[in-house]
Ligand binder design. Structure first.
Ligand SMILES: Nc1ncnc2c1ncn2[C@@H]1O[C@H](COP(=O)(O)OP(=O)(O)OP(=O)(O)O)[C@@H](O)[C@H]1O
Ligand SMILES: [Mg+2]
Length: 301
């Protein structure tokens, strides 16, 4: 006997199943401890009861949940991160909304440290590395960004805090919260892209440091993949000198220096920090040339 697929009893069974599933989904993650609190969200170590493993769980800050632009951005972030499958991009496992309606997503929980911390330890002479190792790390970041650019995605927020180095030497790019996505009307990001220092300082808590931001981006202009290439050059400079190309006491100062192109490039007599090599070893000219080409404003001919 054929059963009517839309019979009332079936519909109720489906509703019940959905309700149970929702409840199950909401109980799926057990938040354990806080890993970091960033501009847009908080990152926790959480236990995934379905797969019985620990994951990194990123959820929007409760006070930002009502901000439409940030809410939308946060949702984009998990979409972009999930779309980008690459050995040097942090893998996303799951995304959804918690019982308070806050968007969240889960990722591989990486045991390691951020590139920012890695550099800080070298700077404080608490660890050592080599020029070659720094280049290997940068190449992996370039590979990740190249994968994104092939899909017309621009990261727009490459900095040492958004790159992680795992205990097995893995290099993973994360935080696609400011990424520019093709065919997506960018209203959300437009309202997050400040064009004046005062707007920037209002949004600064969300956007973070502009020390690695390309001048055209800091000026609020439309950006293309060259903005990421600038940031990669700025990253290389920091990895080889332990200082970013632009410093300043506060966001406004850095922003005004970035916007007017006051970039401090290393020169041919500069030495590699001792924690990266032999005593009195110069920064190789090839690396200086890469930094210069990536960070220098285009010459007007
Ligand atoms: N998958 C992960 N595994 C382990 N730690 C992580 C993971 N993802 C993020 N973190 C930690 O959380 C920090 C913040 O993550 P993320 O950059 O994604 O958040 P954010 O809110 O955008 O922060 P910000 O605005 O400061 O850049 C990272 O710098 C890292 O220390
Ligand atoms: Mg970040």
């Amino acid at each position: 006997m054929n059963r009517n697929p839309l019979s009332n009893s079936d519909k109720s069974a489906d509703l019940l199943k959905m309700a149970l599933l929702d409840e199950d989904e909401q109980d799926r993650y057990l938040i354990c401890d806080s890993l970091a609190s960033g501009g847009m969200g908080m990152i926790y170590r959480a236990y995934d009861s379905h797969t019985e493993r620990y994951v990194a769980y990123k959820v929007i800050h409760p006070e930002l949940q009502k901000n439409k632009a940030i809410f939308e951005r946060f949702t984009y972030e998990s979409e972009v991160a999930a779309r980008l499958e690459h050995p040097n991009i942090m893998p996303v496992y799951d995304a959804g909304h918690d019982s308070d309606g806050r968007p969240f997503y889960t990722m591989k929980l990486l045991k390691g440290q951020t590139l920012a911390k890695f550099i800080q330890k070298l700077k404080d002479n608490q660890s050592s590395s080599s020029f070659e190792n720094m280049i290997e790390i940068l190449i992996k970041v370039c590979d990740a960004i190249s994968c994104a650019h092939e899909q017309d995605i621009i990261h727009r927020d490459l900095k040492p805090d958004n790159i992680m180095i795992g205990d097995f030497g893995e290099v993973l790019v994360l935080d696609w919260g400011l990424a520019k996505i093709p065919n997506k009307k960018d209203t959300a990001i437009d309202s997050l892209s400040p064009s004046t220092p005062s707007e920037f300082s209002q949004m600064g808590a969300v956007i973070g440091t502009p020390a690695y931001m390309a001048p055209e981006q800091a000026q609020g202009k439309e950006v293309d993949p060259r903005a990421d290439i600038y940031s990669l050059g700025a990253l290389l400079q920091t990895m080889l000198t332990f200082d970013p190309p632009i410093n300043g006491d506060n966001t406004e100062e850095i922003l005004s220096r970035v916007s007017s192109g006051q970039i401090q490039s290393p020169n041919t007599n500069d030495l590699l920090p001792e924690s990266l090599g032999e005593k009195n070893q110069r920064i190789p000219r090839s690396a200086l040339a890469v930094i210069k080409k990536a960070t220098q404003p285009e010459s007007v001919s």
